[in-house]
Unconditional design. Sequence first.
Length: 143
Amino acid sequence: MSTLKKMITIVTALALIVGVGSALAYKELNGPSDHSPALAKTFKSTEEIVKDSKVIIKGNVPKEYRKETVGEIVFFVYDVQVDKVYSNLTDQEIVEGETVEVYRLVGVDTNEGKDMVNIVSPEYQALGVCKIFCVNSQPLNYN
């Protein structure tokens, strides 16, 4: 084997080792962690939640909901009676005593109602008993 072929083989082998090593190091350093906010915005304090919210209401959430699909996005929709409006920075008037619809994003419908990819784990899809809502960007719809 000539010297040129040996050098090309060594350089190629070194390049592969460096490339694979770099890829593994990148994956290890930048991989997902237990604290990854991949699908949700996270907050460190109540003040941050309040500052980021467009609407903050106190209301009674029923256990019953209806499932609505908009395009491929699946929501659970709750009819929430508004007990108190703490903040409303939207152009919609929200009156205490009225009922508003609260949409809970739960999944993506991939096959016309036959299959749904969960965005939220099934045990956390229902709102449960909540009293105060902070809504960031989605408008509330009146009944």
